[in-house]
Design a protein around this ligand. Structure first.
Ligand code: BGC
Length: 335
């Protein structure tokens, strides 16, 4: 019997099933603002998958993935649990960026390195400070950083895709582009910047604009459909462009546009952000004018890479930026 056990153990070691005695397991706490978010689902799956690829016989990563359920109180509890559980590093997609100060204080006080993702803390941006400057004194060794994409770029790309059309978005030839805006969570800087910079790209190109409707769809597909249907009902043919702050809402808007008997590319234009697979398909099929690649692979890998650096005690930057990419018909045809 004993022989059999020894044999089994040797066989398992040979197969690499038993970690070597020196193997180190790092505990990684990840909290995502809301699991049901389409984009953040791709993002969090890629965080897990990428950590797996970095494992060796000697280094393992034990990931605890928590759902913030779009509730800051719930997420604050999760962070406290992470601290109690002695996480080696925390990756955090905040429910509310206005809580960034309090959360960073707690995690820093516990001596745990922190990687913020996807929702850039506003306070520092508004004051023009970097995270490092904001935490001068507390954060001598700079153990906090933000990984994201500059939302101004995504908004600009949306507007440019309209400005680049032959009619510059002015379907009825009345000299102005009449649009509706469907916004994400207004506290989120991605929503604010995309709303502002999509329109700015048009006015910068010398195009006159008219906002028919501007509503909050909270990044949600059903809400996007509802809001777009409503606006089409009220403003009818006047609506030339539908700007959505993300693809989930644009997918909803695409359904509303079809239901209203309108035809993208002929009597209306539709723009989103993220380049979800379903949205790219709609661009291919001509049912969306364009979307913008929000590179969840690049961002999740950057977040994991910097988390690993922090685990290894290496120096880090305070900000890591990943570029957006314009995804229109020409782009998908060349894919
Ligand atoms: C994405 C949205 C997502 C949001 C979550 C944005 O960058 O474009 O799809 O809902 O992040 O914070």
């Amino acid at each position: 019997m004993k022989k059999l056990l020894v044999f089994a153990l040797v066989a398992m070691m040979a197969l690499g099933m038993v970690a070597s005695a020196s193997a180190q397991t790092y505990k990684v706490g990840v909290s995502i603002y809301q699991f049901t978010d389409n984009f953040m689902t791709l993002y969090r799956n890629e965080i897990e998958a990428y950590f797996k690829t970095l494992e060796t016989d000697d280094v393992k990563y034990e990931i605890t993935m928590a759902d913030g359920k779009n509730d800051m109180a719930e997420q604050t509890n999760q962070i406290q649990n992470f601290i109690t559980q002695g996480m080696d590093v925390i990756i955090l997609n905040l429910v509310q960026t206005s809580s960034a100060d309090a959360v960073i204080d707690q995690v820093v006080a516990a001596g745990i390195p922190l990687v913020l993702i996807n929702r850039e803390p506003l306070a520092y941006d508004a004051e023009g400070k970097t995270l490092d400057e904001a935490y001068e004194g507390i954060l001598n060794n700079a153990q906090v950083c933000y990984v994201g994409a500059d939302a101004r770029q995504s908004g600009t790309f949306q507007g440019e895709m309209v400005a680049e059309l032959d009619n510059k978005g002015d379907i009825n030839g009345d000299g102005k582009v009449s649009y509706i805006m469907i916004e994400g969570d207004p506290e989120n800087i991605d929503a604010q910047y995309r709303t502002e910079f999509s329109v700015k790209a048009l006015t910068d190109a010398g195009i006159e604009v008219e906002c028919l409707d501007d509503q909050v769809g909270n990044w949600d597909q059903t809400k996007g459909q509802e809001l777009c249907a409503n606006a089409l009902n009220i403003y009818g043919d006047k609506v030339e462009v539908v700007f959505c702050n993300n693809d989930a809402m644009a997918l909803g808007a695409a359904t509303a546009i079809q239901t209203a008997g309108r035809k993208v590319g002929e009597d209306i234009y539709l723009l989103g952000v993220d380049a979800l697979e379903e949205a790219v398909q709609l661009v291919k099929d001509g049912e969306m004018t364009g979307t913008v690649l929000n590179d969840h692979v690049g961002q999740s890998h950057a977040a994991v890479d910097v988390a690993v650096k922090l685990l290894n005690g290496e120096e880090i930057d305070n900000y890591y930026w990943v570029d957006y990419v314009k995804v229109n018909k020409a782009y998908v045809d060349a894919m």
